[in-house]
Ligand binder design. Structure first.
Ligand SMILES: [Zn+2]
Length: 488
């Protein structure tokens, strides 16, 4: 048995000011065949899992290239085509294969390709042939288009948000692909469109319970896998929206009924999945009203994990204007400010301009006399078993606010974005993180309380604020909830 595996992934924010080309991928994750390290990353887990399973179970794995770029604007056309064709050439050279494993994200847009993953899967099918089993792992913040779902045999999404289950889901994908190759199962897909878009953290209810429900449905009555495609509201594509995906062992009628039933629950609970969020000024007031800290305040609107620049200064400025102390905010993406801090060293004071550079939604830069309190070279932060880059970093103190400055754009995942640059969160009343919900895994355990606010960055959580030209405005919350419908 021969299986080919590769990865090409990013999450495209159609409104991001940050251009994306091949260099954006190569500077983040680019593993040529055989170069993948011995640990999983979010979108390359199928290859990494298959490498271990190949040794244990005696099939041959042919490794292709793996690419990942931090979320940003649509990928330049020639860059997408060169990465895609690199993988397709590797697959051609690997033929014949019985199966193909693709670690994708699912919200990638390239210029000329609204459905980049659909394009890649269709081309993989052309090469691999109709009998090969194509298995795909996606992030739930994907566009579950008809083309990609029909093009692949088995599509499995991470269930958890924060996405700490990427390895478990990859294990399931490999297991089902192997079974399908051996003809032990006949995977059949049911895909239901909920007619809406929302944000679904699973670190709270009702999202956590919904994950448990999906898991309990699997492994009985012919149900092989159940996934919720949250959708990604920053991606301006025709099929944006929330969809339920059920894969059964040749039990289409049951799969359809289940997808509709789960979809009905999603629809019923619309607007309740994400916690209420405050204005950033109210969030500051609420945080300092708590008897003890640290109160962790998330700002999803400037989440680099969703394509924002992560250099909006509104909250820092307001903390300074209000004279707040014992506060920390991060990460702020500003490679130039980081360079200046490294040049002067820990303990030095300097007049520094930081943040507020990338776009109007970044706010204005802050000019202040700051003290450098910590420096780190080539720093990383943890996310489950994965480690991700933040690059050279600096901690600065300005008034009563400590700020983590980073040079490789990233959202707040691990607490290392602060601890690596001399910022002790245990002494803080207010800890501001730029992230939508991935922060929750590492920060909730140290928080006296978690709040969410709108920092007025470029990625608000209200879908109605985006100037869509392609995404449907006939779905909720743009319009009254339409009927849901089966797509596949
Ligand atoms: Zn995601």
């Amino acid at each position: 048995m021969r299986i080919f595996a590769a990865s090409l992934a990013t999450e495209t924010n159609s409104f991001s000011p940050i251009p994306t080309n091949r260099e954006s991928y190569e500077s983040t994750i680019y593993f040529r065949p055989g170069e993948h390290p011995d640990r999983g990353t979010l979108c390359t887990a199928p290859l990494w899992v298959a490498r271990r399973r190949a040794k244990q179970e005696g099939f041959e794995l042919i490794e292709g290239s793996c690419f990942w770029a931090e979320p940003s604007a649509p990928t330049q056309q020639a860059s997408y085509e060169s990465m895609r064709d690199e993988i397709l050439d590797q697959l051609r050279a690997a033929m014949p294969v019985d199966g193909v494993l693709l670690g994708l994200h699912g919200a990638m847009i390239a210029h000329g390709y609204d459905d980049a993953e659909g394009d890649l899967i269709a081309r993989v099918r052309e090469i691999a042939g109709p009998k090969a089993v194509i298995g795909v792992e996606l992030d739930p913040h994907c566009h579950l288009t008809e083309k990609r779902v029909r093009g692949a045999d088995i599509v499995i999404l991470f269930k958890e948000y924060p996405h700490l289950d990427f390895v478990e889901r990859a294990e399931e994908l490999v297991t089902l692909v192997l079974k399908a190759i051996r003809h032990d199962i006949k995977p059949v897909t049911s895909l239901y469109d909920c007619g809406m878009i929302d944000v679904y953290p699973t670190s709270r209810e009702p999202g956590g319970g919904f994950v448990e429900k999906m898991k309990k449905l699997e492994g009985r009555d012919g149900v092989l896998s159940v996934s919720l495609g949250h959708g990604f509201m920053q991606g301006d594509v025709p099929e944006q929206g929330t969809r339920v995906l059920v894969i059964t062992d040749n039990a289409k009628t049951h799969g359809d009924a289940l997808a509709k039933e789960l979809g009905a629950e999603i629809r019923e609970k619309r607007g309740t999945w994400y916690p209420e969020y405050l204005s950033y000024d109210d969030a500051i007031t609420a945080a300092y009203a708590e008897p003890k800290g640290p109160v962790v305040v998330a700002d999803p609107s400037d989440n680099a994990g969703g394509g924002a620049a992560s250099d909006n200064t509104n909250i820092i400025r307001r903390l300074l204007e209000r004279g707040m102390t014992d506060a920390a905010v991060g990460p702020v993406w500003d490679p130039i400010a980081v360079q200046f801090c490294h040049a002067v060293g820990i303990g030095a004071k300097l007049p520094l301009r930081f943040g507020g550079k990338t776009a109007p939604t970044s706010g204005l830069p802050i000019d202040a006399e700051v003290t450098v309190i910590g420096l780190a070279k080539d720093a990383t932060q943890s996310f489950g078993s994965a480690r991700t880059k933040i690059g050279d970093a600096a901690g600065i103190r300005v008034g009563g606010v400590d700020v983590s400055l980073i040079s490789h754009r990233a959202q707040a995942l691990g607490t290392e974005i602060f601890s690596a640059v001399g910022i002790d969160l245990s002494t803080k009343r207010y800890v501001g993180v730029k992230s939508t919900n991935h922060f929750h895994a590492a920060y909730a355990p140290i928080a006296a309380k978690v709040l969410y606010c709108d920092g007025e960055g470029p990625s608000p959580l209200d879908a109605r604020k985006y100037p869509f030209t392609k995404a449907r405005r006939t779905i909720w919350p743009h319009a009254e909830l339409p009927d849901g419908r089966m797509i596949v």
